[in-house]
Design a protein around this ligand. Sequence first.
Ligand code: 5GP
Ligand code: ZN
Length: 125
Amino acid sequence: MSADCLFCKINAKEIPADALYEDDQVLAFRDISPQAPHHFLVIPKKHISTINDIAEEDCQIVGHMQLTAAKLAKQLGFSQQGYRTVMNCNQHGGQTVYHIHLHVLGGKPMGWPPYQETLKTPIEQ
Ligand code: 5GP
Ligand code: ZN
């Protein structure tokens, strides 16, 4: 647990969330600001700040996050139509909460590419 981490606080039930699934490794809950008819997040119980911080020993957990996403998409009834899973990393990826989370978006067709024209120019390093 990282003291100032929003998602660690959600894992610890210090901040409420609309949970969909929980086990000893992951928690899934609805995004507070949904960007699609279905939008939930799957997070690990372990604090991992970014994709860059995933260690060999975390590979099973990260795979379990993806499998949880697929199982919930099926349960919620949108797996056959399809959906998008996204994990943003750092500034260019659009990450705002520094505890890894898999976004699961569904219930309508997703756009591609996943950025706006105005953001095509690389941000200054
Ligand atoms: P990121 O931009 O880091 O990829 O995604 C962070 C996501 O967390 C955003 O989609 C945002 O709406 C969601 N979020 C931020 N704070 C909260 C919160 O307190 N509760 C829930 N359920 N979602 C949150
Ligand atoms: Zn955390």
